[in-house]
Design a protein around this ligand. Structure first.
Ligand SMILES: [Zn+2]
Ligand SMILES: [Zn+2]
Length: 439
C-alpha cells in the first residue's frame, strides 16, 4: 500500500497549507487494486469556515466539512485522506493527532464502508501517512520531474561493484536504483541499449514488453544479438543480456503489444517506463498512461532522413513525461495521421490512397540510438537520485553535433496533462488506445 502524489498537486498543497497555524485539506484518492497504490486525484482545501479552530499545534475540522468530503468520496467511489500541516516543523503524528483520529475512526468507517481512510501530515514538503486509526507508516511517493519515495529501504547494494557510480550519486542513490522496477517497452535498437545500461547501473527488476522477434535486419543495432538470435523473441534476447550482467535480476517478459491488457496491468506496478518504440499508438498510450497512473516515462526518438541516397537530417529526441511536464501531445511529437495509419488493417492500408509509411524501412544506426538512450538513462538518474541533472527534454542534431535542452509547460487546455487532464485517474477511466478485447 502506497500513497502517490503528483508534483503539481503536492506543490498546490504546500502553498495552500502554508502559514503559522495548522491548516488542512481533504484528499480524494483513486485506488489501483493491481499495484495497491492510492493516487491522489483531487484536494479540497479547508477554508476559514471549514475549520472549527486552528492553532500552531492543533486543527479541528468542522463537522459539516467532514460530512461534505466523506459524501464526495463515497459518491465518486474514492478513498478519503485528511491532511494537515505542522508549521512547528515536527515531522511526527502528535498526541493531539492520535486523539482526534481516534474520534474519527467510526465516523469515517460508517460513511465509507468499502474505502480506506488515511491521515497525513505535511511538514517542510515532507509527508507522513497512515491509515486512520492504524499506527503504521505508509510509504508516500511524489511523482514529477523528480520522483521522491519516502520510505525506509532495507536493502544494501554491493558497495564495490558500484563504487565508481556511488561516487557520482551516493549510496542512497544506488539504493534507490537497485530498488526500482523499470519497464522497457520495445526491445529493438534503443530498448536493448536501455536494458543493457540499466542492468549495469544496478536495476534488478525489469518488465520487458515487445511482441516482435529478431530479424536479420536487426543485427546491426540490437545489442546482445548474434547471427543465431534471428527468430528469437526480442524480450528473450534482452532478458539473457540483462541476466548476463545482473544474474539476480527478476525479468518479467511480455510478448505482446503494449496496448494489450496484460501489458498495461504489468506497467501499473512499475516505477518508470522507457518508451523505446517507433509506434505512435504505443507512445500516445504510454504518454496518457503516465499522467493517469502517475508513472513517469522517458521517450526516446531517432530520425534519419535520407533521400535518394543522400542524408539530409539525423536528429534525436529524449524527453521525460510526467505530471508537471508536457505530454507527448502538447509537445507536438505525436501525429494523428500516423496513429490512424497504425490502427488500420492490412486491407484498409491497401485501399487507402494516402497510406505511405507502412512497410518502408527507416534508416537506423546504433551510434545515434545509443546517444539518445544514454541521455534518457542520465535523465532517469536525475529524476530518481540526488545527481543534479536538470534536463528533461533534449534534442540532438548529429550533423552539426549540437545538443539542445528544451523546456515547456503542460498546455492547460490539454486533455491529458492539462487542468482537465487525466492526472491520477488511475483505473477509473479507460486508456484511449488500449485494446478493448479481454476487458
Ligand atoms: Zn498534527
Ligand atoms: Zn499535454
Amino acid at each position: 500500500m502506497e500513497i502517490v502524489f503528483s508534483e503539481p498537486l503536492h506543490r498546490q498543497l504546500e502553498r495552500a497549507l502554508a502559514g503559522d497555524e495548522e491548516r488542512g485539506a481533504a484528499l480524494l484518492l483513486q485506488h489501483d487494486p493491481i499495484s495497491d497504490r492510492f493516487l491522489v486525484q483531487e484536494a479540497v482545501i479547508a477554508e476559514e469556515g471549514d475549520r472549527l479552530h486552528a492553532t500552531a499545534t492543533e486543527i479541528t475540522f468542522a463537522p459539516q466539512f467532514l460530512v461534505r468530503v466523506t459524501r464526495l468520496a463515497r459518491s465518486s467511489g474514492r478513498s478519503l485522506a485528511l491532511i494537515h500541516s505542522h508549521p512547528s516543523g515536527c515531522l511526527e503524528f502528535s498526541r493531539t493527532d492520535d486523539r482526534t483520529e481516534a474520534g474519527l475512526v467510526e465516523f469515517l468507517r460508517d460513511r465509507n464502508p468499502t474505502g480506506f481512510s488515511f491521515s497525513l501530515v505535511l511538514c517542510d514538503g515532507q509527508i507522513l501517512a497512515r491509515r486512520v486509526g492504524v499506527d503504521e507508516r505508509l510509504p508516500v511517493r511524489i511523482v514529477g520531474s523528480r520522483v521522491t519515495v519516502m520510505r525506509e529501504r532495507a536493502e544494501k547494494p554491493d558497495g564495490e561493484q558500484y563504487d565508481r557510480q556511488i561516487r557520482a550519486f551516493g549510496g542512497a542513490g544506488q539504493k534507490i536504483v537497485s530498488s526500482l522496477t523499470v519497464a522497457v517497452v520495445g526491445l529493438g535498437g534503443t530498448g536493448s541499449v536501455a536494458a543493457q545500461q540499466l542492468a549495469h547501473l544496478g536495476v534488478r527488476n525489469f518488465v520487458l514488453i515487445d511482441p516482435d522477434v529478431i530479424e536479420k535486419t536487426n543485427l546491426n543495432r540490437v545489442v546482445g544479438t548474434a547471427p543465431d538470435s534471428v527468430g528469437q523473441a526480442k524480450i528473450d534476447t534482452a532478458a539473457v543480456l540483462i541476466k548476463s550482467i545482473q544474474p539476480e535480476a527478476s525479468v518479467q517478459r511480455i510478448q505482446r503489444s503494449v496496448t494489450a491488457k496484460e501489458a498495461i496491468e504489468a506497467l501499473r506496478m512499475v516505477d518508470c517506463v522507457f518508451m523505446c518504440t517507433d509506434s505512435h499508438v504505443s507512445r500516445a498510450l504510454l504518454s496518457e498512461f503516465s499522467y493517469q497512473y502517475l508513472v513517469p516515462a522517458f521517450d526516446v526518438g531517432v530520425s534519419i532522413n535520407a533521400h535518394e541516397g543522400k542524408v539530409e537530417a539525423v536528429t534525436g529526441r529524449t524527453q521525460m513525461v510526467c505530471p508537471g511536464l508536457p505530454c507527448l501531445w502538447c509537445s507536438h511529437v505525436l501525429s494523428p495521421h500516423r496513429i490512424r495509419e497504425e490502427l488500420m488493417t492490412e486491407q484498409q492500408r491497401a485501399a487507402d490512397p494516402y497510406f505511405n509509411e507502412g512497410g518502408e524501412r527507416q534508416p537506423a544506426v546504433i551510434s545515434i540510438n545509443s546517444t539518445m538512450v544514454s541521455m534518457a538513462v542520465t535523465m532517469f538518474l536525475g529524476a530518481f537520485t540526488a545527481i543534479p541533472v536538470e534536463a528533461r527534454w533534449q534534442s540532438y542534431d548529429a550533423l552539426s553535433g549540437k545538443v539542445r535542452p528544451l523546456s515547456a509547460k503542460p498546455d492547460p487546455a490539454c486533455g491529458v496533462c492539462g487542468k482537465d487532464g487525466v492526472l491520477g485517474y488511475g483505473p477509473s477511466k479507460n486508456l484511449s488506445l488500449a485494446d478493448l478485447e479481454g476487458r
